[in-house]
Design a protein around this ligand. Sequence first.
Ligand SMILES: [Zn+2]
Length: 435
Amino acid sequence: MACCHYYAPTEGGDTAFMVDTSTIVFGPGVLAEVGDHARALGMRRAALFTDAGLAGLAHVAIVRRALEDAGVDVALYDAVRVEPTDDSFLAAARFAAEAAVDGFVSVGGGSVIDTAKAANLYASHPADFLAYVNAPIGGGQPVPGPLKPHIACPTTCGTGSECTGIAIFDLLAMKAKTGIVSRRLRPTLALIDPTTTYTLPTAVVAASGFDVLSHALESYTARPYTSRPAAARPSLRPQSQGANPWSDSGCLAALRLTGEYLVRAVSDAADREARDKMMYAATLAGLAFGNAGCHLPHGMSYSVSGLVRDFRPDGYPEGEPIVPHGMSVIVNAPAVFRFTAQACPERHLEGAACLGAEVRGAGPDDAGEVLAGRIVELMRAAAVPNGVAGVGYSEADIPALTAGAFPQKRLLDTAPRPVDEAALGDLFAAAMRYW
Ligand SMILES: [Zn+2]
């Protein structure tokens, strides 16, 4: 195992790690299996969640037909909001409660899967909306019992939401992104069909591919689980438990795949091998970050996307401005890894090597620069925006960006180096532009 000393015991630190996963079925054409799996999970009437853009496409038709052929009634909900909000989560939960379903099937990207998780939660265990939301923004209450079965069918190769117990949304009143985190939210089964990525717009593949890259790098460089204070009870051990030997192997494999295939998957829509490999990389990285935790690039991304003014990228629904999730993450990443490298330089160098950087002759002091340099090379090759300024911000926005990101305690605490508000502001300043 690489750098075993990373997991040296600490006073009061945890001495074990825990692995949670959904059951995973991965392969071309597996969407057509959904009916049999739904029946096996006891579903007789399922809520089928998707968004308006996907509702008319073949993936949803295939899933619907397979469910109906297996004798499962379908209640279609195609009003999922891309980048969901507290309002859109609650609307979905009302639908689920009124439709009297006994299970959920979601077909789409992270927004769709997260909305199905939230609808399942609030329809199964009604509560004040903020009760389950992460503290300190919400009450951080544990989910009181199991949810109904949920089959998640991702159609983008990025979020990994199909394997995690995390649902992310914009809290409108605070103009801030936050989330609900509980292993009860994790889908029961993930049906991952790489052919769903063949028709994705280039910009969507780029944004989701950089999300994969950052999930893997953040989880690999997260603070070690042994340095996190042990939970009061073993069953309360958090999902964001820190880097651990199990997540490490998924991260490294995902980074190697991303280094080799991300730019290919973006630059040639006909390169099916590259898109298949990115889908598998997304799965591996999703499993890893669901059991380790992301840190600063994701923590900072919440204000980058939440405070959006007029950025409208190609390949996304027209109308409302949006900084797609993966894009809002990667614009912070080079600045973050320059900053965190001193905490575990060998991990930063190893991550860079997996991504294809030349690391011969590089020492611990070079680690941050080598890794940041390779990420910037990949960003330029895939034509993603140049830093936080590239998605519409300027130096004048740094206080607001910092104020929006600082409450993301779950993520900030997983970083390998502590950050106070001033350090976070410096990171946004360093992330403004890279070339
Ligand atoms: Zn992400």
